[in-house]
Write a protein that binds this ligand. Structure first.
Ligand SMILES: Nc1ncnc2c1ncn2[C@@H]1O[C@H](COP(=O)(O)OP(=O)(O)OP(=O)(O)O)[C@@H](O)[C@H]1O
Ligand SMILES: Nc1ccn([C@H]2C[C@H](O)[C@@H](COP(=O)(O)O)O2)c(=O)n1
Length: 229
């Protein structure tokens, strides 16, 4: 059967910031030998490119142009995904707080989202794809056979981020992180285009109090039930 009639399966993992999407998506892709799409990285790269050009972050036409013409590549180096913007390794820079904030703003622009849509769909390949983001199951891969909406309480997500930053030697206040998470949730959930929301056919999974391996086992069972039955 042709690839058109029988496209490679996609497992979508959507959810709010800090719910563990990226962690679970990476582990799952490794386990299944699937390709991986970190769609948030595309919004972060758009934001970084805009910041580098000192573009006006409220100017949708300029940001759409930047998104449409992004010169980016992802490479696997020593088991880690490296993000290249115009040939430069920006894997560290795209995770900086000022880039996170800018990414959340550019991601609210319909023009930017439209400009990045096909680029995301192009990640689909055999034997399958794990795609993590906010609208993977609703907009980018509506035909995905497995859709997961991963959540955790805002307090738990702030604690996870706090630990993550502490391990990196970054000192932040838990209260500020919680406020930041709530602000990003509100922006992601309330934007007009592709707001953060579970697809109708998504399985909602609350990971509060469930460790990483526990979440992975639940997701693997879902995959076995729906794809590998
Ligand atoms: N079930 C879990 N229990 C405890 N810690 C977890 C769990 N899942 C993920 N974490 C930790 O929480 C932190 C955030 O996880 P991760 O980056 O995967 O979240 P995310 O949803 O991809 O966030 P973002 O959308 O902001 O990129 C990481 O330090 C990760 O190790
Ligand atoms: N499919 C997506 C992926 C990400 N975003 C937004 C959400 C965040 O504000 C920003 C960075 O994402 P992260 O790396 O933290 O997952 O991009 C989105 O709107 N849609």
């Amino acid at each position: 059967m042709s690839e058109v009639n029988n496209p490679s399966p996609v497992i979508t993992i959507d959810g709010p910031s800090g719910s563990g999407k990226g962690t679970i998506a990476r582990l799952l892709a490794d386990k299944l030998n699937y390709a991986l799409l970190d769609s948030g990285a595309l919004y972060r790269l758009t934001a970084l490119s805009a910041l580098n050009r000192e573009a006006d972050l409220t100017d949708e036409a300029t940001l759409t142009e930047i998104a449409a013409n992004l010169d980016i590549r992802f490479e696997l180096r020593d088991g880690e995904v490296v993000s290249l913007l115009e040939g430069q390794d920006v894997s560290h820079d795209i995770r900086l707080e000022r880039v996170s904030m800018a990414a959340s703003k550019v991601a609210a622009m319909p023009g930017v989202r439209a400009a990045l849509l096909q680029r995301q769909r192009d990640f689909r390949q055999a034997p399958g794809l794990v795609a993590d983001g906010r609208d993977m199951g609703t907009t980018v891969f509506p035909d995905a056979p497995v859709k997961i909406f991963l959540t955790a309480s805002a307090e738990e997500r702030a604690r996870r981020r706090f630990e993550q930053l502490r391990e990196k030697g970054v000192s932040v206040s838990l209260r500020d992180l919680l406020e930041d998470i709530r602000a990003r949730d509100a922006r992601d959930m309330n934007r007009a285009t592709s707001p953060l929301a579970p697809a109708e056919d998504a399985v909602e999974l609350d990971s509060t109090g469930v460790d990483i391996d526990g979440v992975l086992q639940i997701v693997l069972q879902l995959v076995r039930d729906r794809i590998r039955a």
